[in-house]
Design a binder for this molecule. Structure first.
Ligand code: ATP
Ligand code: MG
Length: 230
């Protein structure tokens, strides 16, 4: 099977109009459906920029991003928002949970915004929280949970629509190594069970070993692209 879920074609990103720095520089990248890709590289090399552009949160200065054969820039805002909610799960390093909502309400949010009834959303969110090992914690607010638990809520929220693509920006960066390992094992399980394509930004070689393909960015360019034979 050689199906591409997302492709970057000559994507560049310049944050300053005065021809300053290129956060991404002429990036070509095809990610195969159902694969896992680790994105490595030093701080400032363009990893988060790559993820933000992949999900349409940010736009390339030049080049194109194609998701499931549709160009992101050609979609209207509503369609892009729906894509981000239902087809592309995002996990941020800082969790980005809403502090005033309980765990189950945080996980339900994308479903509710997607027009799913509160009873159905509650049921699906509770099932997803069970899936990430947080049964019984649904009523807790983020400040009543540990860092690892919060990250698992963020994973549950990112995956509650069962999106084909998951983008994770250093999901273990803020966790101790044991909790980080648990999160990586959880992502492995979800990948095996649901076939989710995963793009994992990480500074950590061990985390990258969970992926069969590893790319390295330097100054916005892909300088290594390594694939294990399976
Ligand atoms: N909103 C912004 N405005 C201006 N410059 C930015 C902006 N976001 C990122 N940059 C610059 O673009 C470059 C790439 O940033 P990016 O956040 O993608 O790096 P990164 O590889 O994710 O780094 P880290 O490992 O520290 O998270 C950096 O030089 C950064 O300063
Ligand atoms: Mg970053």
């Amino acid at each position: 099977m050689n199906d591409t879920i997302i492709a970057f074609e000559k994507v560049s990103k310049t944050y300053r109009a005065d021809g300053g720095l290129r956060a991404l520089d002429d990036v070509d990248l095809e990610v195969g459906r159902g694969t896992r890709v680790a994105v490595m590289g030093q701080s400032g090399s363009g990893k988060s920029t790559l993820l933000n552009i992949a999900c349409g949160l940010d736009e390339p200065t030049s080049g194109r991003v194609i998701f499931e054969n549709l160009e992101l820039a050609a979609m209207n805002d509503d369609d892009r928002t729906r894509l981000r909610r239902e087809k592309i799960g995002m996990i941020f390093q800082t969790f980005n949970l809403l502090a005033t909502l309980s765990a189950v309400e945080n996980v339900s949010l994308p479903l509710r915004l997607g027009g799913i009834s509160s009873a159905a959303a509650l049921e699906r969110s509770s099932a997803m929280l069970r899936r990430v090992g947080l049964q019984g914690r649904g009523g807790h607010r983020p400040d009543e949970m540990s860092g690892g638990e919060r990250q698992r809520v963020a994973i549950a929220r990112a995956l509650v629509f069962n999106p084909p693509l998951l983008l994770a920006d250093e999901p273990t960066g803020n966790l101790d190594s044991r909790t980080g390992d648990e999160i990586l094992s959880l992502l492995d399980e979800l990948h095996l069970e649901l076939g989710t394509t995963i793009v994992l930004v990480t500074h950590n070689d061990e985390a990258a070993q969970h992926c069969e393909r590893q790319i390295r960015l330097r100054d916005g360019r892909i300088v290594e692209d390594f694939q294990f034979q399976r």
